[in-house]
Ligand binder design. Structure first.
Ligand SMILES: Cc1cc2nc3c(=O)[nH]c(=O)nc-3n(C[C@H](O)[C@H](O)[C@H](O)COP(=O)(O)O)c2cc1C
Length: 191
């Protein structure tokens, strides 16, 4: 199973990207599934003027991004909380694609704040977004408060107590994503 982690902050000196890097590192380190970060700061998409399949002159990198999404079995959306929701950049990137790129795939959400609260409003809003693109929203979420005390810039976990939260989230995520992916593979095998 290949898992794409959408890192939703494009801010200079962003902190939440640490969480995306950490999840990538942990999943790859487990050696069961592969994971890669789709970094929206690196893609640097302009505000959506038209969806990809109707765009006369798609922005650089958009076709590659769509291809990465298409080939992914499951996703984790990582976003800071901005004014009570997830980032505009995350919504913008997703709006370029067809709903079916995400449909029927398990999507977990991780919200991040510099303060104590962890951004539960962003996490809940992302779960609504997942329903909007016909994904299977994982009920469990990873909320990360005080991000710079818990993760370093390379995505290493600094707070050993927080590792339990990550393990718990990834345990639920992998269970559901594996179940859905295996079911699809079994259906293909019968054809
Ligand atoms: C535009 C903006 C809006 C923010 N809104 C919230 C918010 O609603 N709740 C919160 O706890 N923190 C909020 N913050 C603080 C962020 O949690 C903090 O800046 C965090 O580091 C942002 O993630 P980033 O560094 O990846 O961009 C906001 C920050 C910015 C820049």
């Amino acid at each position: 199973m290949h898992i794409s982690i959408l890192s939703g902050s494009t801010r200079l000196n962003r902190q939440s990207h640490r969480v995306a890097l950490a999840l990538e590192k942990i999943i790859n380190g487990q050696g069961i599934h592969t994971a890669g970060v789709l970094d929206l700061a690196r893609y640097d998409f302009p505000m959506m003027e038209e969806v990809l399949h109707r765009h006369p002159n798609p922005p650089a990198g958009l076709a590659d991004f769509a291809e990465e999404v298409r080939h992914s079995d499951a996703f984790i959306f990582v976003s800071p909380e901005y004014n009570g929701s997830y980032t505009a950049g995350l919504k913008n990137a997703i709006d370029y694609l067809k709903e079916r790129e995400f449909a029927g795939k398990v999507i977990g959400v991780a919200s991040v704040t510099a303060g104590m609260l962890g951004g539960i409003r962003a996490a809940l809003a992302m779960q609504q977004l997942v329903l909007g693109i016909a994904g299977y929203a994982l009920p469990q979420m990873l909320t990360v408060g005080q991000v710079s005390q818990r993760f370093d810039a390379d995505g290493n976990v600094l707070d050993p107590l927080f590792e339990k939260n990550i393990d718990n989230f990834l345990g639920h995520f992998c269970w559901l994503a594996e179940a859905v992916t295996e079911k699809k593979m079994a259906e293909v095998a019968v054809l």
